[in-house]
Design a protein around this ligand. Structure first.
Ligand code: ZN
Length: 368
């Protein structure tokens, strides 16, 4: 198991999943089928990755017009030990008005509309023989079936959200698509995959202008290159330099440059007494902390309720949130267990030497 930015996790193998295929056309527009557009975009994404990201292997759940079950798609990614799973789809609506792109991560839907999108995509299983057996009596049309996703342990959520954000950013800034956001729901193809994973809805085939765009070669190339750039950025961010300048929190008051009267105390969570220096005088060099959150946007440290001694460092353009300053492994591990049981299931230990992130092996040697 690995977590975001954890040692050893690299993007070496990307599994690209073109939605639908064969007897399952997916959404149908006036002059196009979802299965054709998703395949065209998927193959382009793969081509860009193979050409431009050296050392990254690309696989497809399908590379031609054939039917593949949702669980089988996930199994292909798992068996290949892919590091990323990217499922590509197109939306459709009763009305011709809605348009824009959205990227989904595995989770519990927050409203009816989000549930509907997952239901529509999951309905593909009804075309599989023995689907009730394969999916343990899951009924894609019954909202009750989705309750089980509340309790699924959601690994790789942080990574998936980071990648999803990258995709939406590229779609909006570089391809000028309308941003419908990053959302979550119980897509079966994401339920069964065991790596960072997203599902892209590239646009609405029910909207004439968007259908025209998605049908065009130019549109497909633009969408594919946006997805490629999102993967490239994600890869760079997680494999970025391990050592980075770290703003080590200090208990000294900081005087701002514009006014000598204005004294700013460093940000600390309410649980942390301001004058309590958690680092003992001996062995002050190596600090072990628990990383529990990563964000593309800067967060208020006090927003992490119930987490003590929260501080932040920046790496690869991301803001990473950690808790605690330890120089004993046992204490750090106990703190990690506490945060995990508090719901931060993806939390892991990180190590710093003189304010720079170092590898676990190096830290363990120094702590001995
Ligand atoms: Zn679809």
């Amino acid at each position: 198991m690995f977590s975001y930015a954890q040692e050893g996790y690299q993007v070496k193998h990307v599994m690209i999943d073109a939605g639908h295929g064969g007897k399952d056309p997916g959404a149908v527009g006036k002059g196009s089928k979802e299965k054709d557009i998703t395949l065209a975009i998927a193959l382009k994404v793969g081509e860009y990755v193979e050409k431009n990201l050296k050392g990254v292997k690309v696989s497809y759940t399908r590379d031609k017009d054939v039917f593949v079950g949702l669980r089988e798609r996930a199994q292909k990614a798992n068996a290949a030990k892919a590091d990323l799973f990217i499922s590509i789809h197109c939306n459709a609506s009763e009305s011709s008005k809605p348009y824009g792109t959205e990227t989904w991560v595995m989770g519990m839907h927050r409203n009816e509309r989000n549930l509907k999108v997952a239901q529509k995509e999951n309905a593909a299983i009804l075309l599989e023989t023995d689907y009730d057996k394969t999916y343990e009596n899951f009924d894609p049309n019954s909202p009750l079936s989705y309750i089980r996703f509340k309790i699924i342990q959601n690994e790789f959520r942080t990574q998936s959200v980071v990648l999803a954000n990258n995709v939406q950013t590229e779609f909006t800034t570089r391809v000028k698509r309308h941003d419908r956001g990053v959302k979550e729901a119980g897509f079966l193809v994401l339920v069964y995959t065991t790596m960072p994973r997203i599902l892209i809805e590239a646009g609405f085939l029910s909207n004439p202008a968007e259908e025209k765009f998605l049908k065009s070669k130019n549109g497909q190339e633009l969408m594919a290159s946006a997805i490629y750039r999102a993967i490239k950025k994600y890869k760079k961010d997680i494999e970025g330099p391990a050592k980075t300048e770290l703003p080590v929190p200090t208990t000294e008051p900081v005087v701002t440059s514009d006014s000598s009267k204005q004294v700013v105390t460093p940000q600390r969570s309410p649980e942390q007494p301001a004058n309590d220096d958690p680092v003992p005088p001996s062995n002050t060099k190596v600090i072990v902390a628990v990383q529990f959150s990563t964000s593309t946007r800067k967060k208020d440290l006090s927003s992490f309720k119930g987490v003590s001694d929260v501080w932040e460092y920046e790496q690869g353009g991301l803001f990473k949130y950690v808790s605690g300053h330890f120089n004993q492994m046992a204490e750090a591990e106990a703190h990690l267990a506490k945060l995990k049981s508090a719901g931060y299931t993806d939390a892991f230990l990180v190590y710093f030497l003189n304010g720079e992130r170092i590898k676990r092996a190096e830290a363990l040697k120094l702590l001995k």
